[in-house]
Design a protein. Structure first.
Length: 155
């Protein structure tokens, strides 16, 4: 199944036929991608800005290079106005295996392979120990945050 997903996403993106949702309640809310401290891993925060709980089973997170997507585990639900933080994990057991670079893109797809959200950034957009996030949470405004806030309100 994972190979089929990767192949179909590659084909869609290579052909320019990627389906993109408008007005998704699930957004990439914050990204932490730069730390000089080797004990800190990259992470991605999702946020449900809607009014209903959403089942994220089978949703996929990918970076710009279409490397192995992180597939959200079956039974994962995100309640209204709540956060889900997914950390980098080189083993893939507890998070995404790809690293987030100084210039990169994060995309999230629903279980039907429709892109629900995307955030991209350029070199130097995210300095060490800072994050890129939506302020206020769930909004269209993405900016450098003064303090990374995984799992809580962006500031």
């Amino acid at each position: 199944m994972k190979k089929l997903v990767i192949i179909s996403l590659f084909f869609l993106s290579a052909c320019g036929g990627e389906e993109v949702a408008t007005g998704s309640d699930i957004v990439i809310n914050e990204i932490f991608a730069q730390s000089a401290d080797d004990t800190k891993t990259d992470w991605i925060e999702l946020y449900n800005k809607g009014t209903k709980t959403i089942d994220l089973s089978g949703w996929m997170i990918m970076d710009e290079k279409d490397r192995t997507p992180y597939i959200i585990k079956s039974g994962t639900k995100l309640a209204s106005k709540k956060y889900l933080v997914i950390n980098q994990d080189e083993t893939g057991a507890a998070g995404f295996t790809f690293g987030l670079g100084s210039e990169d893109t994060v995309r999230i797809y629903d279980a039907d392979e429709v892109r629900m959200d995307k955030i991209d950034w350029e070199t130097d957009d995210i300095p060490d120990e800072k994050s890129l996030g939506r302020v206020p949470d769930g909004s269209d405004t993405i900016k450098l945050t003064t303090t990374p806030t995984p799992g809580v309100k962006n500031i």
